[in-house]
Design a protein around this ligand. Structure first.
Ligand code: SF4
Length: 283
């Protein structure tokens, strides 16, 4: 069986870097290891880390009860106040905030200090956006919907700096910016959307066009995997959404000579490799 595995399948570089760092710390650290929130939305990875002694801190308040140990700041990043709190508590930390997110922190800090109003296009409840807000010296505004964009008014009529959550949908970002542009403020628009999601979707579409069977691997509740499945099935009717090699069935490969494999952002490499091996050996 000819098997094509998407280069951008599974973890993006920011998530891979964060997860690898935690495993590295397990090997090198004597002290207890904590992650500020789950390092990734994947139960098997978080479960494995827990079994190796890594504890998840669910909220900032819990930092007060950490006495000794190393706290890992995950790829989503955190606001300035969280760094200050950890420093005041004397906690050691390892920062694996994705460089793409750090770049937004720097923009927001610089531009807000320069007196600009900060607008973040994204979901206000997402930890990444909460972290970005925490770098603005003035009160930032988060906009996610057309209504919110229409209602927006820049404070004091000052210039506006617009950034985006890294995983926001580009077309939606464009539409919201268009509404804001009509208000004729002095806008500085910075598209800070990360291209990892886009690359993965584009590659999935391309591979699905070239193969007889397409396997999309990811957690049942993963919305980005669901999206990959939808993209794939439009190009290859023989597309299957699986979670692990256990879901493979010989019927999926009847009269197939070429199989494509892609995976959502929270699918560990190990599972992608197991599926690939299984397809090559068994079918
Ligand atoms: Fe991954 Fe992009 Fe988010 Fe970084 S910014 S963690 S590369 S999706």
């Amino acid at each position: 069986m000819n098997v094509k595995v998407a280069e951008h399948a599974g973890f993006c570089f920011g998530v891979r870097r964060a997860v690898d760092k935690v495993y590295e710390l397990i090997e090198s650290q004597e002290k207890p290891i904590y992650t500020l929130g789950p390092i990734i939305h994947n139960e098997s990875v978080v479960g494995d880390l827990e079994a190796k002694g890594v504890k998840v801190i669910e909220n900032i308040e819990q930092l007060h009860s950490v006495r000794d140990g190393v706290v890992v700041i995950r790829s989503h990043g955190v606001g300035r106040a969280v760094y200050e709190l950890m420093e005041s508590l004397g906690l050691s930390y390892v920062d694996v905030t994705c460089p793409n997110v750090l770049k937004i922190h720097k923009i927001v800090e610089r531009e807000s200090k320069a007196g600009k109003n900060i607008v973040i296009i994204g979901n206000a409840k997402h930890p990444e956006v909460e972290g970005i807000c925490g770098w603005s010296v003035s009160k930032p505004v988060v906009i996610e919907t057309v209504e919110e964009a229409e209602e927006y008014q820049a404070m004091n009529g000052n210039p506006v700096c617009i950034v985006s959550q890294t995983t926001f949908n580009y077309n939606k970002f464009k539409d919201l910016v268009e509404i804001l542009e009509k208000k004729r403020y002095d806008n500085n628009v910075l598209n800070t959307i990360c291209n990892a999601t886009d690359d993965r979707q584009r590659e999935t579409k391309q591979i699905a066009k070239e193969v007889d069977t397409m396997l999309v691997i990811g957690g049942k509740h993963s919305s980005n995997t669901q999206k990959l499945y939808e993209i794939s099935i439009c190009e290859c009717g023989n597309t299957y959404y699986i979670q692990s090699p256990v879901d493979l069935d010989s019927e999926m490969f009847q009269s197939s000579s070429c199989v494509g494999i892609t995976a959502g952002a929270s699918t560990p490499n190990k599972i992608i490799e197991e599926v690939q091996k299984h397809v090559r050996i068994k079918f």
